[in-house]
Ligand binder design. Structure first.
Ligand SMILES: O=C(O)C(=O)C[C@]1(C(=O)O)C=C[C@@H](O)C=C1
Length: 362
C-alpha cells in the first residue's frame, strides 16, 4: 500500500483499536457478572439449570430493539450476542450439545447458531442417538430437525418425541443450501451421488436434469455422505458448504435444491422447563378417539379460548386402525391463562396428550 493510503487509514484504525479495547473491557465485566449470576443460582438452588432460554431470547430481542436505528445489522446483533452469551454461559457451566453428525451437518450449524460455539459438541450417528444422549444426561441439550419447507415433516423426529421424556426449549430455522461436492471438485470418475434421503428429495428435479443416470445412494446424514466422498473419489455428496470445508471437498455445484427458499426448522431439546419470555409458542401432541367429528371437537378449545394454531401435523399411530397423533404448535406459553385453559380442555378429551414444551419464538 502506498504511504498516503496508510496515513489516511492510520487514525481510523487507531480508533477501531481503541473501540475494541473498550469492548474487550466490557466483555470481561460481562463475563465476570455471568460468573456471579452462576454463583447466585447455585446458592439458591444447587441443581438450577444454567441455561435459561427465555432470558437469552429477551437479552437478544432487547438489543435488537435498542439497535433499531443502528448501523450494526439486526442479524449481526443476534450472531454476536449468541456468541457472547455462549462464552458467558460456558464460564458458569459447560454445555454439551448433541446433534446429528458428523461435523459439518446442518444440525451442527443450527446448534451453533442457537447455543453459540462455546459448547462441547457431541455429534451422534442418528436422531435416536441424539434423543438417547439427552435423556441419559450424556448431553445437556440437543438439536433436531422437525420440518423442511420443501419435504415436510421429519418423521423420525416426530416419532421419537412421542415416547421421549425430553422437552423443547427453543426453535431455530436455517436456510438449507445444498451443494454437490467431490474429492477433486469435478464429476470426472464419479459413479454415484450420496446424501440423506431428505436432501435427495429436496434436489430431485436438479438431479434428474443434470445427472439422470447416476446411481443415487442414501446415507445416514449429508455429512456422513461428505465423509464418504472424502475417502472415495467415485462418490459425490450433497451437503452444506460447511461439510465441504470440513471434509476438504471441492464444490461441483452450489444451491442445487429445487426450492431457492428451502429452510429447515430445528427444535432445541433438553430436560429443562422454560419460563415465559414474552413471545412464546407451545408444542404438543394429542390423539383423538376414532369417531366422526372428533378432530373438529378436539381443536375447538383453541378457538374458544382465542389461541392461534400455527402448525397442525398428523402421524399414523401404527395401530393399524387409522388412528393418528396430531402435532400442534400454538402461540403463547402454557402458563398464559388462555393457553392453559385451552390445553386443559383438550387434555380432558384426548386419548393421548403430551406437551413438548413452551419456548421463545425465533
Ligand atoms: O441471566 C442468566 O441467568 C445468566 O446465566 C446469564 C446469561 C447471559 O450471558 O446473559 C447466560 C446464560 C443463561 O442462559 C442466560 C443468560
Amino acid at each position: 500500500m502506498d504511504n498516503s493510503l496508510q496515513e489516511a487509514l492510520k487514525p481510523l484504525r487507531d480508533k477501531i483499536d481503541q473501540i475494541d479495547r473498550d469492548i474487550l473491557e466490557l466483555l470481561n465485566q460481562r463475563a465476570q457478572t455471568a460468573i456471579d449470576v452462576g454463583a447466585v443460582k447455585h446458592k439458591f438452588q444447587a441443581d438450577s439449570a444454567v441455561l435459561k432460554p427465555e432470558r437469552e431470547a429477551q437479552v437478544i430481542r432487547r438489543l435488537q430493539e435498542l439497535n433499531r436505528y443502528g448501523t450494526f445489522t439486526e442479524t449481526g446483533v443476534r450472531a454476536v450476542w449468541a456468541e457472547i452469551i455462549s462464552v458467558c454461559r460456558g464460564l458458569e457451566k459447560g454445555l454439551t450439545v448433541a446433534y446429528l453428525g458428523p461435523e459439518g451437518s446442518y444440525s451442527e450449524q443450527a446448534a451453533m447458531e442457537f447455543y453459540g460455539h462455546s459448547v462441547q459438541p457431541l455429534p451422534c450417528p442418528s436422531f435416536d442417538e441424539v434423543f438417547r444422549a439427552v435423556e441419559a444426561g450424556q448431553a445437556d441439550v440437543g438439536m433436531v430437525p422437525v420440518e423442511n419447507s420443501t419435504e415436510g415433516a421429519v418423521n423420525r423426529t416426530l416419532d421419537l418425541f412421542l415416547n421421549s421424556t425430553v422437552k423443547v426449549h427453543g426453535v431455530r430455522s436455517i436456510p438449507i443450501r445444498h451443494c454437490l461436492m467431490s474429492l477433486h471438485g469435478t464429476m470426472d470418475g464419479v459413479k454415484s451421488i450420496s446424501a440423506h434421503p431428505q436432501a435427495l428429495a429436496q434436489c430431485q428435479k436438479w438431479l434428474s436434469q443434470h445427472y439422470p443416470t447416476m446411481e443415487i445412494v442414501p446415507a445416514a446424514s449429508n455429512s456422513e455422505a461428505a465423509r464418504h466422498a472424502a475417502q472415495d473419489e467415485t462418490v459425490a455428496a450433497i451437503a452444506g458448504e460447511t461439510a465441504a470445508v470440513f471434509w476438504n471437498l471441492g464444490l461441483v455445484a452450489s444451491g442445487i435444491q429445487d426450492d431457492a427458499n428451502n429452510k429447515t426448522r430445528f427444535l432445541a431439546i433438553g430436560n429443562i422447563e422454560t419460563a415465559p419470555s414474552g413471545r412464546d409458542q407451545t408444542s404438543l401432541i394429542f390423539a383423538v378417539p376414532n369417531r366422526v367429528g372428533a378432530v373438529y371437537e378436539m381443536i375447538s378449545p383453541f378457538a374458544r379460548n382465542g389461541v392461534s394454531m400455527t402448525r397442525f401435523e398428523s402421524r399414523p399411530a401404527r395401530t393399524g386402525q387409522w388412528e393418528y397423533y396430531f402435532y400442534v404448535d400454538v402461540l403463547g406459553h402454557r402458563s398464559d391463562e388462555n393457553v392453559a385453559r385451552a390445553l386443559d380442555e383438550l387434555k380432558q378429551q384426548s386419548a393421548f396428550f403430551k406437551i413438548l414444551g413452551s419456548y421463545p419464538m425465533q
